[in-house]
Design a protein around this ligand. Structure first.
Ligand code: FBP
Length: 360
């Protein structure tokens, strides 16, 4: 019987990769050991710790009493709050206590930002986050996510209105998400490409999986809740009719945007959460969801728009502002955009013709 071929284990590269933890990778990216670089690296490590704690809690949620289900409260978004939303929100606050890093945390689950006095004014950063993305998936063991962005704290925000956060997406210093799926992954960018890490439970460390991820220019997947079809603007309905009758498109919608965006990051395609007749601004929150994901996707060569402008160019008017979101591969976002523009143009010509018919 033939000898099994022994492939020499390349310990060097395996070790090299196994030692590329998130905190080390951030310093490598910044090519500096300055105080600022150390702070950002430490900040990312705290986000990773939050991800590990939430991942562990989720993996055992089905075995623990009182972990799943609703709290009975309604959050600032007007949504019924899940117990896991509260748990995850508290985890992010806890990991930054006594850190000297983050002075303020603004979350989808909190009407006003949470201050960590002992970190102010040293902590020059604000963390904006969606502790649990995909809340409708929490009690059915489907994929979930956490979304985060880091911004500079500007001024003392004495009135607690966090007006300094109402700025362009380009003011984000770093952004990313944690995907709680078959494995737990953390994908981030500090404006120098997009990189993914996988949690190795045996090490309790997020280890580098892939660097400088680039989205394909086009993907066959379109991801949208077609249950809202009749509430959409005609232009979006036209786009969906087009992909229905055109070879090569397939629908995927997980109920957790982070999961759908991760698929698009790897395979290409487009995710849409358009505005509806009732809610023209849509559902997705600008500061906690759209802007962080737009920062990431643009870094990976994709695009993110509202339908009429780039998400990164939207100046928020309020902390919990929502925006329509069309995000993903450049060609696929451009295709949706072309339907919106064509429809707007036809509408305009119709108005001009109607005006012309009105006797002056
Ligand atoms: P949450 O942050 O409250 O979970 O809302 C965002 C989200 O759950 C996305 O992850 C998901 O794509 C979308 O809402 C699902 O909304 P719908 O059920 O209306 O399609």
């Amino acid at each position: 019987m033939a000898e099994a071929v022994q492939h020499p284990i390349d310990y060097e590269s395996a070790l090299g990769r196994d030692c590329t933890t998130l905190s080390r990778h951030v310093l490598q990216q910044l090519q500096s050991f300055s105080a600022d670089a150390q702070d950002l690296s430490a900040l990312m490590s705290r986000i990773a710790l939050a991800g590990k704690l939430i991942s562990r809690h989720l993996s055992r949620a089905g075995l623990m009493e009182g972990v799943l289900g609703f709290t009975g409260d309604v959050n600032v978004q007007g949504e019924s709050v899940k117990k896991l939303d509260v748990y995850a929100n508290d985890v992010f606050i806890s990991v930054f206590k006594q850190s000297g890093l983050v002075c303020r945390l603004a979350s989808e689950e909190m009407e006003k930002p949470y201050y960590i006095p002992e970190n102010c004014p040293i902590g020059r950063y604000t963390l904006l986050y969606d502790p649990i993305d995909g809340s409708s998936n929490t009690d059915i063991n489907m994929s979930l996510g956490s979304i985060f962005a880091i911004r500079q704290q500007e001024g003392n925000d004495l009135d607690g209105e966090a007006k300094d956060l109402l700025q362009l997406g380009s003011k984000q210093i770093a952004a990313g998400y944690i995907l709680y799926g078959p494995s737990t992954m953390l994908v981030y960018s500090i404006g120098k490409g997009v990189h993914s890490f996988t949690l190795d439970p045996s090490l309790g460390e997020f280890i580098l999986s892939e660097e400088n991820i680039q989205l394909p220019q086009h993907g066959s997947v379109y991801s949208v809740n077609e249950g809202n079809f009749w509430q959409w603007d005609e232009s979006i309905r036209e786009y969906i009719r087009y992909v229905h009758r055109t070879e090569g498109y397939t629908a995927r919608y997980s109920g957790a945007m982070v999961g759908d965006i991760h698929r698009i990051l790897v395979q290409g395609g487009v995710f849409l959460y358009p505005g509806t007749v009732k809610k023209p601004e849509g559902k997705i929150r600008l500061l906690y969801e759209s802007a962080p994901l737009a920062f990431l996707v643009e870094q990976a060569g994709g695009r993110a728009i509202t339908g009429t402008q780039d998400i990164m160019d939207v100046v928020p008017e309020k902390l919990h502002q929502r925006t329509p979101l069309i995000i993903g591969s450049k060609d696929d976002v451009a295709l949706v955009e072309s339907f919106i523009q064509r429809h707007a143009q036809a509408q305009e010509e119709k108005n001009i013709r109607a005006q012309a018919r009105i006797p002056q």
